[in-house]
Design a binder for this molecule. Structure first.
Ligand SMILES: Nc1ncnc2c1ncn2[C@@H]1O[C@H](COP(=O)(O)OP(=O)(O)O)[C@@H](O)[C@H]1O
Ligand SMILES: [Mg+2]
Length: 260
């Protein structure tokens, strides 16, 4: 494992004015900070009502821990009127001019009770409910109880079904080790609607089932260890039926094949 994967124990709370200084500047304006961009981003944060942020988490950038890092953003925690929220910071080199579109898609997901609740958005920042938890794979390392795991996976499939119903394709659920978080109350959350779309044919249920049950991912192996080997053929057949006709009945067949 690279140094990036190392867990950093230290939690650092920083006032937003201090974000213009290194090493924080490199995170606010990842991967390269410039004076003007820093000033304008700090002002943008202030407009959201954020005056403090918190660095903690298992990903490390310039020796500073963050919740996560992807192609579009860096996610850290922030405080809004004393309430802890998750703050997605647009990377300076992101291939998106704004986080606005992601926020709209997250709001659509929220309408069917999926995804962290959207709190606010501007060009460079997206504020949402903070999910206190772990990635599914990490969570599975300490939760081996069959009934509980089965309930969590059923909930994930149900959330995917609701997204399929509204025609919202998440886009990154076929290899989702970082996009399924399980909170401290064992509730699963689908995160990152950055590559989501309303114009593709939704494939949330099929993608997530492949990832969880029929792929050779580490997560699928961990799931099989807890639940026992699945009947791959039965799952593939049920998914084929569901793909042709996305009815509740066919979805129940998928649940049955994956989790019975
Ligand atoms: N609301 C949240 N609460 C807690 N952690 C989050 C939240 N949203 C994202 N993360 C963490 O940050 C990582 C990166 O976020 P993500 O939205 O996937 O960014 P990107 O679009 O750049 O890939 C996620 O994989 C997850 O670990
Ligand atoms: Mg991501």
């Amino acid at each position: 494992m690279s140094g990036k994967e190392e867990r950093s124990a230290k939690t650092i709370r920083v006032h937003i004015e201090k974000l213009s200084e290194e090493p924080y500047a490199a995170i606010l304006c990842y991967p390269r900070a410039s004076y003007l961009e820093l000033r304008s981003r700090i002002a943008e944060l202030r407009e959201h009502g954020v005056n403090e942020v918190e660095f903690a988490g298992s990903t490390v950038i310039s020796n500073v821990p963050v919740l996560g890092k992807g192609f579009v953003g860096v996610v850290i925690a922030a405080y809004l009127n004393g309430q802890k929220v998750a703050l997605k910071i647009r990377r300076v080199d992101a291939d998106r001019a704004s986080l606005q579109q992601e926020a709209e898609l997250l709001a659509k997901a929220n309408a069917v009770q999926v995804g962290p609740r959207l709190i606010g958005v501007s060009r460079n920042f997206l504020l949402m409910q903070y999910i206190e938890g772990k990635a599914l794979f990490e969570w599975l390392a300490t939760h081996r109880e069959k009934t509980l795991v089965s309930e969590v996976l059923t909930d994930i499939l149900e959330q995917c079904w609701r997204l399929d119903r509204i025609g919202l394709d998440h886009g990154e659920l076929s290899n989702a080790p970082k996009h399924l978080l399980i909170d401290t109350e064992a509730k699963p959350w689908i995160v990152d609607f950055e590559t989501a779309s309303l114009s593709r044919r939704p494939a949330n249920v099929t993608s997530v089932c492949q990832f969880l049950f029929t792929s050779h991912s580490a997560v699928a192996r961990a799931v099989a260890e807890v639940l026992g080997e699945r009947n791959r053929e039965a799952i593939i057949d049920a998914l084929r039926l569901y793909k042709n006709e996305r009815t509740r009945e066919n979805f129940s067949r998928v649940i049955q094949a994956c989790l019975a």
